[in-house]
Design a protein around this ligand. Structure first.
Ligand SMILES: Cc1cc2nc3c(=O)[nH]c(=O)nc-3n(C[C@H](O)[C@H](O)[C@H](O)COP(=O)(O)OP(=O)(O)OC[C@H]3O[C@@H](n4cnc5c(N)ncnc54)[C@H](O)[C@@H]3O)c2cc1C
Ligand code: FES
Length: 323
C-alpha cells in the first residue's frame, strides 16, 4: 500500500470533452508520485454544504506539470511547477514539501488527471471548477491492479485484454502503461452508449497494440455491447492465454467475468460502488465475495477496487447503487 494524503489542491485545467465528460488536472506532486495503477481518489468540493460527501474517481493519469499544455512555472522563474497557487497554500496531513531534486520540471509527475462524466449533483458542480480553484483530494486509495500476483498472471498471458465500459476507461490507462513498460502485449476493448462516450482512448495509443471500439447505437465501431467483439476475439483464439482487466458498470463486469470463466481465462475487475468514507470504516462500499461468514463481504475502498472476478458474488449488488 502506498502513502495516502489528504490535501487541498489547485485545479490546473478542467477540460470539457464530448458527451458531458471532463478531464480535470490537479496539481498534486506527492499524490501523483504515490499513485499506483488502478488506484482512485476522493474529490471534495469545498465550500459546498449541499455536497458533503466526497466523490470517488479513478486516477486516470499522472503526468508532468507542463504536459497538459499549461505553463506552470512560477513567475519568479525558479523552475517550480506551482500551478496557479503558491506551494505555501497547501494544507494536508503531511506537509507537501519538495526536495530540491523534485523542484525541476519534469522529473516526476506533478499532476493528477481525473476523467469524469457529469451525471449528478456532485459531478455537475465539478464540471464548473475553474483553474486556480481548489478541491479537497484524498489519494491515492485502494489496492489497484498491480499486486505481485496480478503481475504473475499478466506475464503468463499471451496478451492482456483491457475491457472498458464508458467511464470505466479511466481505471485502465495506468495499468496499460505499466504493462507496456514490462513488454506485455495488450489490446483494448472499449464500449459506450454512443461515440461521444468513447473519451480518453487516444491516450492508450502507445501502450496497447490494438483497440476495438463498440457503441450501443452503432455510431462508432461495432454495434452493441463491447462484450460482443470481446467474445469473438476469445472464440477465435482458443489456444491463447489471456488475462482480462475490466472496468465499467456492474452488469458489464459481470458479463465480462462470465466470458472469462466460459473461455477459461483469469479476470480482474475494478469495481465502482457508492462510497462514504473510502477508508474502510463505514462498510458502505462492501460487496459480497465468495466465502463463509464474516469473510463473505469485502470493502471496495480498501480490499478493492480491484478483485479477481471469480471471487465476486455476481448478481444484484449488495449495497444500493444507481447502476
Ligand atoms: C472506485 C471508483 C472509481 C470511480 N471512478 C470514476 C471515474 O474515473 N470517473 C467517473 O466519472 N466516475 C467514477 N466513479 C463514479 C463516480 O464516483 C460517480 O459517478 C459520482 O460519485 C456521482 O456523483 P454525483 O454527485 O454526480 O451523482 P449523484 O447520483 O448525485 O450522487 C449521489 C451519491 O451517490 C454516489 N454515487 C452515485 N453514483 C455512483 C457510482 N456509480 N459509483 C459510486 N458512487 C456513486 C455519489 O458518491 C454520491 O454520494 C467511480 C466510482 C468508484 C467507486
Ligand atoms: S466507503 Fe466506507 S468502508 Fe468503504
Amino acid at each position: 500500500m502506498t502513502s495516502m494524503y489528504d490535501t487541498t489542491v489547485p485545479v490546473v485545467e478542467n477540460r470539457s470533452l464530448t458527451g458531458g465528460h471532463f478531464l480535470l488536472s490537479l496539481y498534486s506532486p506527492l499524490q501523483a508520485q504515490a499513485t499506483r495503477a488502478g488506484q482512485f481518489a476522493m474529490v471534495r468540493l469545498l465550500g459546498r454544504s449541499d455536497v458533503l460527501l466526497r466523490r470517488p474517481m479513478s486516477i486516470f493519469d499522472v503526468l508532468a506539470g507542463s504536459a497538459c499544455g499549461h505553463p506552470l512555472r512560477d513567475p519568479a522563474g525558479t523552475g517550480l511547477a506551482i500551478g496557479a497557487l503558491p506551494a505555501s497554500s497547501w494544507r494536508g496531513r503531511r506537509a507537501p514539501r519538495h526536495r530540491t531534486s523534485e523542484r525541476r520540471l519534469p522529473a516526476r509527475p506533478e499532476l493528477i488527471q481525473l476523467l469524469y462524466k457529469a451525471v449528478g449533483r456532485g459531478t455537475r458542480l465539478m464540471a464548473e471548477l475553474k483553474p486556480s480553484e481548489k478541491v479537497g483530494l484524498l489519494a491515492p486509495l485502494g489496492h489497484g491492479f498491480f499486486a505481485e500476483e496480478y503481475m504473475e498472471q499478466a506475464r503468463a498471458a499471451d496478451e492482456v485484454l483491457h475491457v472498458a465500459g464508458g467511464i470505466g476507461i479511466a481505471a485502465l490507462l495506468l495499468p496499460a502503461r505499466d504493462l507496456a513498460r514490462a513488454g506485455i502485449p495488450q489490446r483494448l476493448f472499449f464500449g459506450g452508449r454512443t461515440k461521444a462516450d468513447l473519451v480518453g482512448v487516444e491516450k492508450f495509443g502507445m501502450s496497447v497494440g490494438s483497440t476495438t471500439l463498440a457503441t450501443e447505437d452503432g455510431s462508432r465501431g461495432y454495434r452493441g455491447y463491447v462484450t460482443g467483439p470481446l467474445e469473438q476475439y476469445l472464440v477465435r483464439r482458443p489456444n491463447n492465454k489471456f488475462l482480462l482487466m475490466v472496468c465499467g458498470p456492474w452488469a458489464m463486469l459481470e458479463a465480462s467475468s462470465a466470458l472469462a470463466r466460459k473461455y477459461g481465462h483469469p479476470c480482474l475487475v475494478s469495481v465502482e460502488n457508492r462510497m462514504g468514507c473510502a477508508l474502510g470504516v463505514c462498510l458502505g462500499c462492501s460487496i459480497r465475495v465468495v466465502g463463509e461468514g464474516h469473510g463473505a463481504y469485502q470493502r471496495v475502498c480498501t480490499e478493492g477496487p480491484v478483485f479477481w472476478a471469480d471471487k465476486v458474488v455476481w448478481g444484484r449488488k449488495t449495497v444500493t447503487s444507481d447502476e
